[in-house]
Design a protein around this ligand. Structure first.
Ligand SMILES: [Ca+2]
Ligand SMILES: [Ca+2]
Length: 81
């Protein structure tokens, strides 16, 4: 294998590893803050769409445990445990 091929293989592996890691609490908090444009403490479907939060959009129903139409840090944390 050439060193260039090894380099790219490493990049792909690093990328896969990073993406399969669970969210940390800090990551969740920052992401929710970033997405929460009306500052009501949760991410609505509209906010998730506006911020391209694919993971939240895909799992919105499951994440929104109390079905109030927004996903909070607590709800995401609960699903990540
Ligand atoms: Ca919001
Ligand atoms: Ca909720």
């Amino acid at each position: 294998m050439t060193s260039l091929a090894k380099f790219f293989l490493c990049l792909v592996l690093c990328w896969l590893t990073t993406n399969s890691e669970a969210f940390t609490v800090v990551d969740i908090t920052n992401r929710v803050k970033e997405l929460d444009s009306n500052k009501d403490g949760g991410v609505s479907m509209t906010e998730a769409e506006a911020g391209n939060a694919t993971r939240i959009k895909e799992h919105f129903e499951k994440l929104d445990a109390n079905k109030d139409g927004k996903v909070t840090v607590e709800e995401i944390k609960a699903k990540n445990q």
